[in-house]
Design a binder for this molecule. Sequence first.
Ligand code: SF4
Length: 354
Amino acid sequence: MIPVKSSHETNANGSIATGRDCSMGAHAQRWRRELLQAVTDVALLLRLVDVHPSEIETATGDLTELRDFPLRVPRPYIARMRRGDPKDPLLRQVLPTTPETEPAKGYGLDPLDESDAVVDAGLLKKYHGRALIIATGSCAVHCRYCFRRHFAYVDHRQDSSFPSVAALRRDPTIREVILSGGDPLMLTDAHLGRLLAAVGSVDHVERIRIHTRLPVVIPQRVTPALTEILANMRQRVVVVLHFNHPNEIDGDCARSLADLDRFTLLNQSVLLHGVNDDADALFELSERLFDAGVLPYYLHMPDAVAGTAHFDVSERRALALHRQLQARLPGYLVPRLVREVPGGTAKELVVADG
Ligand code: SF4
């Protein structure tokens, strides 16, 4: 098991955007300002969305259990929440609630046994030919369902010598590198550029995949400087977005995704009770993603991570929803329904028995 030393880091090192660098360009200033102005106070969030605390099972009392993973949500994301709706699907993804503090059978700190996949500080190898770099422990938003909410990021910090890349260099079987975290786009463009240059210099690496939720919650993160860095890579770049609900895609998001259109854009959603376990929502999500140039790729069963049991969707219901999507959408817009199995050689397709 991964020991719980620290959960998500907030501006844990100087390479994470802080918004205080006066020399940066206007685009960078904008997204960093949004980061600085992210809401971290539950009462303020509820005021902003016109929801009274009595309407929601909010963890406003003893937050000791949640102090390593407190509320954090950027304002551009809050702007897309429905006012006066305690069940808003975006609000539900970010608002700490009492059920998070309740133990649930079968739920643990490291449900995927990721500690067994650690090759070196910051480098995990789960599947053949691919390796995952923990680029940072920081995120712009704290998603309550996060499967790495208890991850020991302090053990995986990357200094300027990038120990993960040195480990990568020693394994010629790795053809694809996944930048993950945390959210790799939390790094400043300068730091991300150095990391990508180091990864890109490894001869046997042919593809670079970036998993990010930043374009979802702060679309302004997609700056000309960022797209230039990615465009200059020798390797093919794949960007995997993490949209879960159609209401997350507004005009700003669509414009940012258009700026990324020279890269392969995929989406990975998590199926979450009370958020998107609804055929109409999933249908609309696929449609809007495609309109924005993104292919819906995975619909992921939630992982059994402590504090997230209230998001669980039964396999039976997941399969029923998936069948409805198959009946309503062309095949290329139906995401694969998958789960991750600890120690597995690949993600497992969820299929009906018999
Ligand atoms: S952005 Fe990703 S890594 Fe960060 S809290 Fe959300 S789900 Fe977890």
